[in-house]
Design a binder for this molecule. Sequence first.
Ligand SMILES: Cc1ncc(COP(=O)(O)O)c(C=O)c1O
Length: 471
Amino acid sequence: MDNEQFRDWSRRAADWGADYRAGLRDRPVRPVITPGEIFRSIEASPPEDAEPMEKIFADFEDKIVPGMTHWQHPRFFAYFPANAAPVSVVAEYLVSAMAAQCMLWQTSPAATELETRIVDWMRQALGLPEGFSGAIQDSASSATLNAVLTMRERTLDWQGNKKGLAGQGRLRIYSSDQVHTSIDRAIWVSGIGEDNLVRIPVSGRFRAMDTAALEAAIIADRKAGLLPAGIIACVGGTSTGGTDDIAAVADVARRHGLYLHVDAAWAGSAMICPEYRHFWTGVEGADSIVFNPHKWLGAQFDCSIQFLRDPESHVRTLAIKPDYLRTHGHDGIINYSEWSVPLGRRFRALKLWFLLRAHGLENLRTIIRNHVAWSEGLAARLARETDFEIVSEPMLSLFSFRHKAAPSADADEHNLRLVNAINDDGRIYLTQTRVDGHVAIRFQVGQFEATAQDVDTAFDVICECARSLVA
Ligand SMILES: Cc1ncc(COP(=O)(O)O)c(C=O)c1O
């Protein structure tokens, strides 16, 4: 592709992107296809000769787009959102065009310095105290892995990286069962082992860790000669928005000298609104906090900020300085590759810079406040219908519900069939979870293009599908 063709196809792609987004409302949110259909439609072997871009682009439109689940669809109510505000997509295009490796200050000074500035903008936007710094990671999973590795190395006096874990004491990490599976993975990958992830019982509306039980578990483990290393708390768990009492957990962490990581991957975006910050009161006592602007804040995937109260132990855990990476910058430069597991880094700060400037915090707050209000409104409407029950009350914009099955039917099976029926209908998309062992249907409002009418449509679709199943 020469430069003129690059210009032409970039314009065509831009036109396509704008048309795609404008037409989303008319598409089903989830494609109606059978597994393997798309795989079989792609040639089994790579081409030996160059193909014309017209044909490649036509195949993209004919074979790929119909098989996509449309995450930017205004009636996407499944999982958590992955908003890509158009302005952040524009920034990503520029980043792709420059295609810089941002591992060291020297390899991309502007990317490094903008990242430092933007992490601090986000710190202020979320109401975190001065002193927190951080980095933009690819995902919350990576940030949590970094935190768990830091817990491990701090506790082993940095001998784990050097000598391995054989012969070391048995490390213990504490969390509730409401945390995301990325916590389990971090425990596996760090070599700590699933048996050493101690699940603390939860209670209350937000399924918060029982901090007395947490403290008792730490004390019992120490007595038994085990090595408590850290605590992972959550604000807005994936299933039903489970949220720990961060101040109480931070207190336990401080008393026992443990590292505290807070996973607010989804709910963190809502903390730009001061009225929701009570959900993480005490968060300034955390050592590490992760939140994903790529979920609810509108930054094109991937974009996950890990705030650190003191980056020293984090960098000491992760930094490798072989000769070929040593640079001779000015004192005080940051090489962000030392803040994450992968060496190579994308330029992720640009899209946040564009996003925050083009929207302004106040407009972003309005979007999030609307989502919360519409979700609460839908939960209240469903609660008034006698054949529905609310399983978990709204935590910000997430709640779960169940439809009452006919007396002869299995309630779990009925609700699974209902999720499938709703998604096959195509007008909306949502997902299920299990609460106390039983199927519940999750509903979250978070898509930037969603309107109050879209949420009304969701009410209609849910009621229609549920009642036609029973009929
Ligand atoms: C609470 C929570 N933590 C972590 C994650 C993992 O996020 P990522 O895909 O950025 O690794 C998710 C994903 O939905 C989540 O809901």
